[in-house]
Design a protein around this ligand. Structure first.
Ligand code: LLP
Length: 431
């Protein structure tokens, strides 16, 4: 199986965290997001322990809420010693509603409005990751009006291309996030920031991309960031105490994807960082990472009911399911690969080539194309694996479909963490 938390029971049913997926669908309905809390916790521990072991004291991981965000997730993250990266007031609100300590929040975003800034300051958000000059000035003024000194990191772009999908690659120079080092703009950005009366600049942030399988691109980013930090020390007398290297370690969507050795990568990165600092006689900064996908993706799967099989003679066969791009737009957007399994017929021969289609009125509403499954029948149960990241958060109500429920699996028990939407929810804001 793709991950250790998945298995097949004596009935030939797929299990997650020891629970039968057929029972879960019978009990909670389908489509259904299932999230294995124990796997989330294990993933958090991998980062917390590796950063604690290899990086300077004070280094810790921040969960990137854009990958998954609901109230009940935040107590889990907090109890595992995670901080959290939030990108909107809505994410801040959700984290705080889940009892998450505001000082462990790091507020991102390339277009924070005045209202966003005010809301975050009033909520006591611990750190802002300042994206640009406009934000810097507004934040300094707002913090001054409130009589506080706000801790900030400055987002800079090192111009690294980690060879991932263009759409999820944010470390290149030509992008809308952060301020580029190479053009000299980042130096001016830092100079303004350290002169601000109501801001305490702790260091820099950079995010180079997503679905990265090795330490090398992060080491390249560290080289550029340390050169830049050294330049800033010489020019401004400013020393970086915190370096936030963003998110991005990859996950396995298919058997053919590599297994990422996260502790090994963090160890390699720490050695590289320490050597780089020693060469410049620079104090080793605390390291923050912002994993999203690698904390939640493999903890999740989605269950769908089959509506039917349609064979277009001479072309191909479709298995249609009762969800699709509304709960998982990633194939439609990125042709993202997934492993699809017959959850209630795991021991059956997979000899039927088919395409899994959703239920939206859109020909691009596909989950996966040309895969091998047993020939399905109406009401069969299908599982799509590794959907814990960027599915729930990117879901929509297109075609006025209700968003599915999300169930947490922990210690052999399942509990509803997000209820299924109702028709009343769909018209709740309509006047
Ligand atoms: N930090 C920053 C500043 C980011 O922009 C991102 C992701 C992360 C952390 C988390 O990266 P992760 O560990 O999850 O790779 N919707 C796309 C992914 C977009 C990622 C954007 N930024 C997808 O479905 O693949």
């Amino acid at each position: 199986m793709l991950y250790d938390n998945l298995s097949v029971n004596e009935l030939g049913h797929l299990t997650i965290g020891g629970l039968d997926t057929v029972d879960l669908a019978d009990r909670f309905g389908a489509p259904l997001y299932v999230l294995d809390e124990d796997q989330v916790r294990a993933n958090c521990r991998t980062y917390v322990q590796a950063l604690g072991q290899y990086m300077p004291q004070g280094s810790y991981p921040l969960f990137a809420g854009k990958a998954l965000c609901f109230k009940g997730l935040y107590p889990i993250l907090d109890s595992e010693g995670m901080g959290a990266d939030v990108v909107s007031p809505g994410e801040i609100y959700t984290a705080l509603a889940g009892g998450f300590p505001p000082e462990k929040l790091y507020f991102h975003g390339n277009n924070k409005t005045d209202e966003d800034i005010q809301y975050a300051l009033e909520s006591g958000v611990g750190h802002f990751i300042v994206d640009n000059h406009h934000e810097l000035e507004r934040l300094d003024r707002a913090a001054g009006e409130m009589g506080i000194c706000q801790k900030v990191l400055l987002r800079v772009t090192p111009g690294i291309d980690p060879h991932t999908l263009q759409a999820i690659n944010t470390g290149r120079i030509d992008c809308q996030f952060g301020v580029p080092i190479e053009t000299g703009q980042a130096a001016r950005f830092v100079q303004s920031a350290v002169g601000m009366k109501n801001l305490e600049v702790l260091g820099f942030h950079s995010h180079i991309g997503s679905q990265i399988f090795e330490a090398e691109p992060f080491c390249d980013a560290v080289d550029i960031l340390l050169d830049f930090a050294d330049q800033m020390r010489k020019e401004l007398g400013f020393t970086v105490r915190v370096l936030n290297l963003g998110g991005g370690f990859g996950v396995r969507y298919k058997e053919s994807d590599p297994v990422v050795d996260i502790p090994g990568n963090i160890k390699a990165l720490s050695e590289h960082l320490k050597e780089g600092c020693a060469a410049k006689d620079y104090p080793v900064p605390q390291i923050l990472l912002e994993p999203g996908r690698s904390i939640v993706a493999n903890a999740g799967l989605t269950l769908y009911r089959v509506g039917g099989v349609k064979t277009i003679e001479g072309y191909r066969s479709y298995i249609t399911v009762n969800g699709g791009m509304t709960d998982n737009p990633r194939y439609a957007l990125y042709q993202a690969p997934y492993t699809v399994l017959p959850a209630d017929r795991m021991n059956d021969q997979r000899d039927f080539q088919c395409t899994i289609a959703g239920r939206c009125c859109e020909s691009g509403d596909l989950i996966q194309e040309n895969i091998m499954m047993p020939k399905a029948e109406r009401d069969d149960l299908i599982a799509v694996l590794t959907t814990g990241a960027y599915n729930f958060t990117m879901s929509s109500n297109y075609n006025r479909l209700c968003r599915p429920a999300l169930v947490l699996v922990h210690a052999g028990q399942a509990r509803l963490a997000v209820r299924r939407q109702t028709f009343e929810d769909l018209i709740a804001c309509d006047l």
